[in-house]
Design a protein around this ligand. Structure first.
Ligand code: ATP
Length: 292
């Protein structure tokens, strides 16, 4: 049996940090949207025991270090089903270490496939719980779509889809350490928090401008100077006609939101020339609806 599953990237329409928890994690509140920039994850059931992972990017972990393999191992541990021999191949399209949850999404794609093939009676909620044991972003990636993610990211509430729009997404060549950013947040008082309730109300009204006005990521407030490209890309996007632009996750990827396709396409092209990366994307619906 061979299954091919898309593993969509996510963008943070907002990212807020509410505090630090006793368990060392931070309490987050994020509005996330899946986009049509996706890896292609192929899961083959094979006769040899064990889980093999390969990818078209040679530097990704091949064995148990890959999030796709970790997800499969967790699935068998949690369900008690006899571990099947799996050969997983990832065609990587989502930039790595980009704040777009590419690895988590690969893990989530594997979980969806295993549930479909081996445990069709399992609820979506149970699959998300297994995902939470793999990584904080995995439950959201299992579900996909537009959602509010709270806690470590595992407490999810479905939200109305982002109103029709176009996105220009740019991952500059630098990479940012997520633990370093979290440590900086502790050291410095955040000057501003996103209006998450206002963004949810705007989504409920289908008000794209209202969403755009409230796009904000608190990590931008503590970003060290050496990541100046993040702000250069934001200004470039705004200059190229984006209604709004923001960094996603712990960066360094920046995206701009456009009402119309043409300026978004042009912006992606300009960014490719200036920063070596620029992709035109659209938001996509939830995993429940688009990946059956
Ligand atoms: P997040 O937005 O969840 O913080 P990210 O986009 O910053 O994630 P990823 O690309 O998901 O980062 O993962 C980066 C790290 O995870 C790299 O060190 C990479 O080697 C490792 N990794 C393990 N499995 C994968 C995978 N399937 N795809 C990408 N990275 C993987």
């Amino acid at each position: 049996m061979i299954y091919t599953e898309p593993a969509c990237a996510k963008l943070n329409l907002s990212l807020d940090i509410l505090g630090k928890r006793a368990d060392g994690y931070h309490d987050l509140r994020m509005v996330m949207a899946s986009i049509d920039l996706a890896d292609e994850v192929t899961v083959s059931f094979v006769s040899e025991p064990g889980i093999q992972v390969s990818a078209d990017l040679p530097y990704l972990p091949r064995g148990g270090g890959n999030i796709a393999a970790k997800a499969a191992e967790r699935f068998f541990q949690e369900t008690g089903l006899p571990p099947a021999g799996l050969s997983i191949h990832i065609r990587k399209r989502v930039p790595v270490c980009a704040g777009m949850a590419g690895g988590s999404s690969d893990g989530a794609a594997v979980l969806r496939v295993l549930r479909r093939a081996l445990a069709p009676e399992m609820t979506e909620e149970r699959l998300e719980e297994i995902g939470a044991l793999v990584g904080s972003d995995v439950p959201y990636c299992v579900r996909g779509g537009t959602a509010l993610a709270e806690g470590r990211g595992e407490r999810l509430t479905d939200l109305p889809a982002l109103p029709p729009c176009w996105l220009a997404v740019c991952k500059p060549p630098c990479s940012i350490s997520t633990p370093e950013l979290f440590s900086l947040v502790r050291l410095k008082k955040l000057r501003c928090h996103p209006d998450t309730a206002g963004m949810i109300a705007a989504l409920e009204r289908g008000d794209l401008e209202g969403v755009a006005r409230r796009m904000y990521n608190v990590f931008e407030d503590v970003l060290p100077r050496r990541y100046v490209q993040v702000f250069e890309i934001k200004s470039a996007l705004l200059g190229l006609g984006a209604i709004s632009a923001s960094m996603t996750g712990s960066g360094p990827t920046v995206f701009g939101l456009f009402r119309d396709r043409e300026p978004a396409e042009q912006a992606a092209e300009v960014l490719r020339g200036q920063f070596g990366s620029g992709v035109l994307c659209r938001a996509v619906g939830s995993g429940r609806h688009s990946f059956s």
